[in-house]
Ligand binder design. Structure first.
Ligand SMILES: [Mg+2]
Length: 167
């Protein structure tokens, strides 16, 4: 498939907080663009929890630049991001590149030292890969079992399998 290389994650983790500053340093990443929904928290969780705070604190202490890039709306994104003190872009339009470029400019980072962290191959992985970022993908924390979401997972499955064969 034509865009297949953009759908295969570079790294997969069981949870976002398995990603450590040491790992990021080992792959030369010093800035993260982070999806919120089903990556750091399920849709139904409006506020960050203790795990979110602990992980963000560890990243910040290590000097990793953090920015939220979410396709969700302003109210959700601002409410989640503000207590963590993380700059946030809502209605980001992933997989389009525009908001990722704006976020990287604000962070002062570039394609070589920035990674995209998210749960969806068709938005997060594609958005990151097609502009040359490394992509860190976690399984969705809690899937909505709608027909639409199940269809997306079905489309994603072969790329997850491909990743597993490569690692
Ligand atoms: Mg998500």
């Amino acid at each position: 498939m034509l865009f297949e290389k953009y759908l295969i994650p570079d790294y997969m983790f069981e949870r976002y907080d398995e990603i450590t500053p040491a790992f990021l340093a080992s792959i030369g990443v010093r800035a993260l663009l982070i999806d919120i929904d089903n990556t750091l928290a399920p849709y139904e969780q409006p506020d960050p929890d203790e795990r979110n705070f602990a992980w963000v604190a560890a990243m910040r202490e290590a000097g990793v630049g953090l920015t939220f890039v979410s396709n969700n709306h302003r109210a959700r994104v601002e409410r989640f991001a503000a207590p963590l003190g993380i700059p946030a872009y809502w209605d980001a339009g992933k997989p389009m590149r525009k908001t990722l470029d704006i976020a990287m400019a604000a962070l002062g980072s570039g394609v070589e030292d920035t990674a995209m962290l998210g749960d969806q191959l068709l938005t997060d992985a594609y958005a990151g890969k097609h502009i040359g970022l490394r992509t860190l993908i976690v399984p969705p924390i809690r899937d909505k079992r709608s027909l639409f979401v199940r269809a997306k997972r079905w489309i994603e499955r072969p790329y997850i399998r491909k990743y597993r064969r490569m690692h």
